[in-house]
Ligand binder design. Structure first.
Ligand code: FES
Ligand code: FES
Length: 166
């Protein structure tokens, strides 16, 4: 079994994986970081979104070995060890941007990536277009869009290092 090494939420990690092990499996099964969800087997739902080297990626579409040497950030890295919630997490809570919560980790990791790419003043239309790869079965999206607009504003002026959740 090949060994793989990468940095996850700022910590160096290693593990033995099959050549076919997906990054999402490595995160959930080897590292027990179960905040990253699996909601489909067709790369459509976005529940598995993490950041690789600062960019949102569906971790079910990446082999663990392809992430060798990368900086990976998961939802657990946003507010580690009881730290205050990341502004985007707080915005989802305050704006009721979730119901069952299954899609939420992927929504939040995608949302932070949207802010990193497009800035803090996001129109609803832009947010809806950008969420094309994230499916929610519960909320009807309205409050998710509100939450992301509010979270984008709240991320303004955030100390460097928290913007991309690395
Ligand atoms: S589990 Fe990755 S897109 Fe659905
Ligand atoms: S809150 Fe249930 S799937 Fe989005």
């Amino acid at each position: 079994m090949p060994a793989v090494a990468m940095t996850v939420n700022g910590k160096s990690v290693t593990g033995d994986v099959d050549a076919r092990t997906l990054l999402v499996q490595f995160l959930r099964e080897n590292l027990r970081l179960t905040g990253t969800h699996v909601g489909c087997d067709t790369s459509q739902c976005g529940a598995c979104v993490v950041h690789i080297d600062g960019k949102a990626v569906k971790s079910c579409t990446v082999l663990a070995l392809q992430a060798a040497g990368a900086q990976v950030a998961t939802i657990e890295g946003l507010a580690p060890n009881g730290a205050p919630l990341h502004p985007m997490q707080a915005a989802f809570r305050e704006n009721h941007g979730l119901q069952c919560g299954y899609c939420t980790p992927g929504m939040i990791m995608s949302a932070i990536d949207i802010v990193n790419r497009l800035g803090h003043d996001l129109e609803d239309k832009t947010i809806r277009e950008e969420l094309e790869g994230n499916i929610c079965r519960c909320t009807g999206y309205h409050n998710i869009v509100k939450a992301i607009a509010a979270g984008a504003k709240a991320m303004q002026g955030q100390p460097a290092g928290q913007q991309a959740a690395e």
